[in-house]
Design a protein around this ligand. Structure first.
Ligand code: ZN
Length: 342
């Protein structure tokens, strides 16, 4: 069984003219309502994540600063990261919803799920809000899986076009949480180089797969099959968490990759296959970026159909790019050598 979470109050987190805006989820909501297979998906609502759950990643002083900022009416943490008086509540609910799905999946009540929410989380590092993100949602979920469910190996896969620096920071020294991020080279936030592979006991448990602008469906799928899959086979995760960002699409206003909806859906399919092979099918998606609302809506629908095993995904109305992407053979070779994959 597939479960989702969706709340209407995300619209209380908004800033005029900002690309991370309520229209993103409104488009997803409408697309879910229009799809007879998805309309009746089971919906969960979690309690807002507890302070204990948040403190597994964020120090108390950071959470106190965030609380004070929202109580004081909100404001900006940097040029593109804002908070309204409601933002911490909404971000805590996003985390809590994800933890509720994790609980359902880890206890066998559900087989997989998707937290359809905003704001995103993967740029929030333990001590810093940035890149539209306030709480490090995926990392908080990974730590919850370890603490609340005793899992010893959790794979966090980040398919957003931007590097998931916040998740990486939170998990960098943790050998029980493998973090793999595919992203466009040279884009915000500038981190995610091949040589960032973890530290201390966590060395070798972070993998960054930076690809050049223009990378297309076939190129990205080759990177996933040649690097992610063998890394996952070596790690044998008991749970897969996907930071599901859809801004790698060729029509996304913030990214420069050339993937299609079908291509991004294939990446979810690879993640699902890893979960089937190693984790008894346990896979949980949490929404990150994706700033073309129509593309985002189609992508979420398509990913949900993969989770549901709902047969063919709907046709991709935007289609693939007509331009051939860059040759990634050398990059794949470098990545495989860096991670001793032969
Ligand atoms: Zn992004």
């Amino acid at each position: 069984m597939t479960v989702i979470t969706f709340r209407e109050n995300h619209a209380l987190h908004a800033s005029r003219g900002h690309p991370e805006r309520p229209a993103r989820l409104e488009a997803v909501r409408d697309a879910l309502a229009a799809d007879p297979t998805l309309r009746d998906l089971r919906r969960l609502t979690g309690a807002p994540a507890s302070r204990e759950a948040l403190e597994r990643v964020h120090p108390p002083a950071y959470l106190d600063r965030l609380t004070a900022a929202c109580r004081g009416g909100g404001g900006s943490f940097d040029v593109d990261t804002y908070a309204t008086p409601h933002s911490l509540q909404i971000a805590s609910e996003t985390c809590g919803d994800l933890l509720a799905i994790m609980d359902a999946v880890c206890t066998g009540e559900a087989s997989n799920g998707f937290t359809i929410s905003r704001p995103p989380g993967h740029h929030a590092s333990p001590e810093r809000a940035m890149g539209f993100c306030l709480l490090s949602t995926a990392a908080i979920a990974a730590k919850h899986a370890q603490s609340a469910h005793g899992l010893r190996r959790v794979l966090v896969l980040d398919m957003d076009v931007h590097h998931g620096n916040g998740t990486q920071d939170a998990l960098y020294a943790d050998p029980s949480a493998m973090f793999v991020s595919s992203h466009q080279t040279g884009l915000f936030p500038g981190t995610g180089a091949i040589d960032e592979i973890g530290a201390g006991a966590g060395e070798g448990f972070t993998a960054n797969l930076p690809v050049p602008a223009g990378t297309d469906d076939a190129g990205m799928l080759a990177v996933y099959e040649s690097v992610l899959v063998p890394l996952a086979d070596r790690f044998e995760p008991e749970l897969v968490i996907v930071s599901a960002g859809y801004d790698a699409h060729r029509l996304d206003p913030l990214g420069g990759l050339a993937l299609s909806v079908a291509g991004m859906t294939d990446l979810v399919r690879v993640a699902r296959r890893i979960a089937e092979r190693h984790a008894a099918g346990r896979i949980v998606l949490t929404l990150e970026g994706g700033y073309n609302p129509e593309v985002l809506a189609h992508s979420v629908v398509s990913s949900l159909r993969v989770l549901l095993d709902a047969g063919a995904v709907p046709s991709d109305p935007f289609g693939p790019t007509r331009q051939r992407g860059p040759d990634l053979t050398d990059l794949i070779g470098r990545l495989r050598r860096r991670h001793r994959l032969g």
